[in-house]
Design a protein around this ligand. Sequence first.
Ligand SMILES: [Zn+2]
Length: 840
Amino acid sequence: MFARANTRKHKKWEGDGFLTIHANGETELTEECGREIARSTFTSKKRAELSDGHILMVGGYEVEIQEEVDALPVSAPVQPPTPKKIPSPVAAQAAAIGRFKSAPSFKRTFATASACASPAAKRRFEDQQQPAAPAAPAATAVLSPMAKPRPFSASSLIKSASSGSAKPFCSPLVGNRQQEKVAPMVINEREVERGATPILLEGWLAAHLREHQKQGVAFLVDKLKSRGGGAILADDMGLGKSIQTIATCWTLLKRKTPKVEDGVRKVLVVVPSSLLHNWRAEFAKWFRATRTPAMLVRKVSDIGLFASAHKITPFLVVSYDMALRYAPALSSCQFDLLVCDEGHRLKNASGKLREALCSLSIPRRLLLTGTPVQNDLDEFHSLLDFVLPGNFGTPAEFRSLCREGGEEEGGGGEGDDSETSPELARLHAAIGECMLRRTSEVNVSHLPDKHEYVLFCAASKLQIKIFEAIADHVTGEPLVLIDQMRKASNHPAILYKHLQKGNADSENTRVSYSSILSMFPRDFGSRTASVKDSGKLSVLVDMLVSFREHGECTVIVSQYTKTLDMIAILCSTLQFRIYRLDGSTPVADRQKLVNDFNQSRDSTNIFLLSSKAGGVGLNLIGASRLVLFDLDWNPASDLQAMARIWRDGQPRACHIYRLVTTGTIDEKILQRQIKKTGLAAIVNVVESLNGQTDTLSFRDEDLKDIFTFKETASNTHDLLECACGGDGLLPLEREEEEEVERAERDDIDEDEIAASVVRAGGVETTTVSIDDGEDTVGEGEEEEDTAELPTEPASMAELFRWRHYAPNNDVPWQHLKAQAGLGKMGLEEVTFALHYCNNF
Ligand SMILES: [Zn+2]
């Protein structure tokens, strides 16, 4: 495709043509009909640079190369070539080495071009798709596209003349790897419409990118193309941050800039040491392993080696530890782009690591993270400030701006988003300008169905006694008590062992320890732990047995290694073969462990994973069931765990189970998660963060609430004020039924119109609306929850997208069990269940 070079904003491509390059460097640009447009002489260097998507000048014309061709199928010449411009047949016969043409597929990737082309050009464009026309007249013998291809002179760029189908050029770094024939993708389509030079993502990469990844690359290239650019890619796990990064860097590396110093020539990729090998594998996947453009730093001398070899190896991959240690050596390399994987490691604004990376003065920064804002506004500011220093003010300014927005939101009550202040709106816009975040929902169309369940498991008698004993010590250190409750809710034996070990602590704790210990049976320490002492463990046994029968592999995740120990013992008595990955698993062994598990796909295997040590990027698609035995305060950790199985390459529908002990701290964590996972959109992130700068800071009311054991089928469902009765219907489906119900109720008693019937765990509880100042009337244990009801339902509204099931509602309950792969199991301990599917 060519156009007369100009500086006009609205450039018009004038047509499609051919570029013929002779061995002596003589080059002609001709229209398809053979009419010469311009000529030039190419140096061997310029010839070597030719590749798909390359843009160059020929005479006074700007030319974009689409692909190399042999015989050129064209329609009959529109006008005969001008004789004087034809090179001598001898020269051409001896020397023609290759021709290039611009492409029909541009019609798709570069809409403006075909739209503005003349009707004649369009016709030619269409003709080009037709099979070759009969041989052209003798006059075109030399230049005619039908001319027989010559045997090519030696050139790395030229393929064999005898090969029938034209293959696109591969990047020299990719070697001769077989690539699909795909047109390059114009990254900056919008700007091109306004006259900018197209930036092209090479076809062989574009062919492998999914839609959201192409958008991601376009976003990142735009933010990083100029010096001083910065961006955060904060996609959820499993959306392909690595490939988006590689494609972005590659596009920037291949891009020709008017001034050489504005281009990107060297890229420093800093990654956690546990991911070094993942990155090496990723590069090897996209480039031939023997010619990968990335070099790993294993020792300081590698940096010097890189400095001298950067032309063929533009990427240097280094661990954070090494980057910190070898910062002075790295600073001599003059990188143009810095990529930090797991970039939230740089959240500490005064950290040494951050200081070291800043000292390299790299003019473009890209930060990758799946968890951009875990808890803290300062940390979030710190990440933004790292990629775009100074753009977001001081931490204090940033914080007050976010706070201001939050207060307005809170005061507004009904959550009217349009009422945000102009400053806050600007802040959101600025964040949106440099940060891209997509949730795993993007994967929905590419991945199998994902089912999530929350199974509320009744606390055992012993557990209830322990929770009550702990509740008596609310005055103790809250974090210690919370930890004790979490242990007890996994299994009392875990707490028991912990307390016995902790007896040497201060007197205060010893007192509380001994009163909790007194709740255990005398012989508890000497007998083996019973499955029945933990509701969750009892349910887990049913699950594992059932999944094995279904022939599906299961991953079990816990934050506690002691809990994993316990589950390991259980699994071995159930005769599972155990794979285990926790903090003590050497990094070098992890990949093999994962590979073995994935390859065998044997349902008598079980994978035990510590959510804290699991690291990132672990791919456990050999399993299609995943059990979160306990939940993390930070929903991102659990989402990461889920992404181990529900990710690219997973052929089966995935089922993910959260186990919570009913009425306990487990439910509080679940509720907190639900409120926090609404953070998908960045606007929400800032707003929701207000007042939650520390995940584990609680108001007194919260504490009292946390330590009170609630005898209910599901405290979470109670808080929703949902009147479903566990019928498993979604709100829309329920509407019709409610119509009928309402009509019936009207018939019975007008006074009860305001009352809604809540059936909870078989106990019927009636909550009456408080119109006339009367206290809530109710039976059972629910009264004390009403104090916090006004705020809870709104923030947990997410749960109305889930189906709600109560075991006493038999038909729906059986349906849920079948859906969850637990059809034959008793599940006596399950008091309530929630189910969500991305494909409801
Ligand atoms: Zn409900």
